[in-house]
Design a binder for this molecule. Sequence first.
Ligand code: BG6
Ligand code: MG
Length: 217
Amino acid sequence: NTKAFIFDLDGVIVDTAKYHYLAWQKIANELNIEFTHEHNELLKGVSRVRSLDIILELGKVTASQEDKDRWLVQKNEEYLSYLVDMNESEILPGVFPILKFLKENNQPIALGSASKNARPILEKTGLLPYFDAIVDGNDVTNAKPDPEVFLIAAKLLNITPENSIVFEDSVAGVQAANIGNMTSIGIGEANTLHEAKYIFNDFTTIDTHFIEELIKE
Ligand code: BG6
Ligand code: MG
C-alpha cells in the first residue's frame, strides 16, 4: 500500500513558530499593539500578509499599503536573522525517525507549507532529500484552511486525497486537511487541535506501528 504523507513545516518539522512569534512581536511592539502567545496561535499556518492584517486588526490600526509592505519586509528580515545558524539540531524530536521509516517503507513524502522560506529551511536542516514534492507559499493562491496546498502536494505525489495523511500543528491546517478529505493528524495540544482525526503532543509519541496501520488502512 502507498499513502501520501504530507508535512506542514513550521511547528511540525522545525520549531520556527517561536521565531515567527519573536519577529511579529517586534513589529507589534513598535506599533504599540499588545501581542500575546494566545494571539500568536491565530497566526499559525496563516500567510505573512494575512498575519500582519490580523495584528493590525488586533490593535485597531489602519495603515497604508506602503507601511504594510515595509513591515512585511522588516518582519521577514527579522525572521531570517533567526534562521542564519539553523542546522539539523533544530529538527523537532521524533521527526527524523518517522521520515526515515516512511522512506524505508517507500511511502511518498511531501511538504505542504504556507511559508515562502520553506526550501532554505529544509536545506539547512538537511531534510531536503527526504521530500518527493515541496509545495509552499510560493505555489499557492489560497491560504489554509483552503486545502489547495495539500491537494497540489497529493497530486504531485500521484495519490488521491483520501489516501493522503497530513501532519499539522495549526487549526487552519487541520481544517484544510479535513476539507480536502485527507486524514488529519494534529501535532500539539488536544484542546486546540480537537478537529484533527488523531492528535499527538509531538512526534516522539507517534510509534512506527501507528504509521504501519495508516499505510495499511
Ligand atoms: C506558516 C507559519 O507555516 O508560514 C506562519 O505557521 C507564517 O506563522 C507562514 O506566517 C508564512 O511564512 P513565511 O516564512 O513565508 O513568512
Ligand atoms: Mg505550522
